[in-house]
Design a protein around this ligand. Structure first.
Ligand code: UDP
Length: 311
């Protein structure tokens, strides 16, 4: 198949491109390198089935004979998406509209949207099932991302109901692994790089807030199962690891896995609207896709630590 991956040079996108190439597809990777990195796709560049197009998703894109579109283009870490919030919102909302047009131009091909656990906001329900509508501040500093991704889900559902567009929506929970940008400010990359460099681990707030971390290969498997499911299951479906950690527990685990580290913890101000809890209910993914995470957090963190060591 000929498959377009937008945001293909990013952390998740690069793993998806790699897997699709391994599965013998032709892959077109679209990325403007705003947060994506050429290093992530360097190993694919020599492959005849791989094409890299450096272009913004907001620009018109003319590609024919496509079979699938995975839409991942959007800055995704809080510091990255907050650095230009207007651009982030446009990337989500106008970006998905461009991809909808491209799907239609190619004869209504399946379009998978990388949505996010952020659409649940600061959840009043834990764990979060897909049926939960969320608790989102529409005017806060995270809203450009949260509301942008919510709007993208909205327009996709309207095209599905009104035009029978074959959509797929996955809500991605915190994901980690090799190819994460050491500079992107996420907790896993920050803690690991800080621990490896004997710098203080920056704990925002009291560290009692929770997240659930899935290893990237589990996510990629879930995304492909979702795209290729033959039950016409459109989602939204949560993809995440339901093992829940406080940030204190995560810091402790990372320091245990890097025993030579002399790092201590320093507390910093909690950013506004930072969700207090986050944990996916994955019953739907299990039922519809036969999917659940297989990589234990300890094992995934060790692989990620090896990656950061190698940089
Ligand atoms: N966090 C932290 N130290 C850091 C970076 C993040 O304590 O150096 C916290 C952040 O406040 C949040 C959690 O870790 O509560 C996860 O943050 P991340 O940016 O990785 O992703 P989020 O789930 O907030 O989008």
């Amino acid at each position: 198949m000929k498959i377009l991956v937008t945001g293909g040079a990013g952390f998740v996108g690069s793993h998806l491109c790699t897997r699709l190439i391994e599965d013998c597809h032709k892959v077109i990777c679209l990325d403007n390198l705003y947060t994506g990195r050429v290093e992530n796709i360097e190993p694919l560049m020599e492959n005849d089935n791989f094409t890299f197009v450096q272009q913004d998703i907001l620009e018109h894109l003319d590609i024919s004979n496509l079979d699938r579109i995975y839409n991942l283009a959007c800055p995704a870490s809080p510091p990255a998406y907050q650095s230009d919030p207007i651009y982030t919102f446009k990337t989500s909302v106008l970006g998905i509209m461009n991809m909808i047009d491209l799907s239609i131009a190619n004869g209504n091909i399946p379009l998978l949207q990388a949505s996010t656990s952020e659409i649940y906001g600061d959840p009043a329900v834990n764990p979060q099932p897909e049926s939960y509508w969320g608790n989102v501040n529409p005017i806060g500093i995270r809203s450009c991302y949260d509301e942008g991704k919510r709007a993208a889900e909205t327009i996709l559902m309207d095209y599905y109901r009104g035009k029978k567009l074959p959509i797929r929506i996955v809500r991605i929970f915190n994901t980690y692994g090799p190819n994460m940008d050491p500079q992107d400010g996420r907790v896993v990359s920050n803690f690991i790089t800080q621990a490896l460099n004997n710098h203080k681990l920056t704990m925002y707030g009291d560290g009692e807030q929770t997240r659930s971390f899935q290893y990237v290969s589990d996510l990629i498997e879930g995304m492909i199962r979702m795209m290729e499911n033959e039950k016409d299951f459109i989602g939204p479906v949560n993809l995440g690891n339901p093992e829940e950690y406080t940030m204190k527990e995560l810091a402790k685990l990372i320091l245990e896995l890097i025993p030579e580290s002399k790092s201590k913890i320093v507390h910093k101000k909690l950013p506004s609207d930072d969700p207090k809890v986050r944990k996916p209910d994955i019953a739907l993914a299990k039922e519809k896709l036969g999917w659940e995470p297989t990589v234990p957090v300890r094992e995934g963190l060790l692989k990620t630590i090896d990656y950061f060591r190698s940089l």
